[in-house]
Write a protein that binds this ligand. Structure first.
Ligand SMILES: [Zn+2]
Length: 74
């Protein structure tokens, strides 16, 4: 049964390429798993851009706090 009268839009899941119907709960993804994978890609991209913890100066500041604690102990 091919319902060509109703123009149901089918999109491909951005993660795995499977066909997804707009009615699907996880649209435009085929599943919650694919949605999380795609979100993970975004999160990683954002993390790479900001990457505050990987900043050498920030790491030095954290180390300075640690050594100041030792200073008081002496
Ligand atoms: Zn998928």
């Amino acid at each position: 049964m091919v319902a060509r009268k109703k123009s149901v839009k089918l999109l491909h899941c951005p993660t795995c390429g499977m066909l997804v119907r707009p009615k699907d709960e996880d649209f435009p993804f085929c599943s919650d798993r694919c949605r999380k994978i795609d979100l993970g890609k975004w999160a990683m991209g954002i993390y790479k851009i900001s990457s505050p913890i990987l900043d050498p100066e920030v790491l030095e500041d954290l180390g300075g706090l640690g050594s100041s604690g030792d200073f008081y102990e002496n």
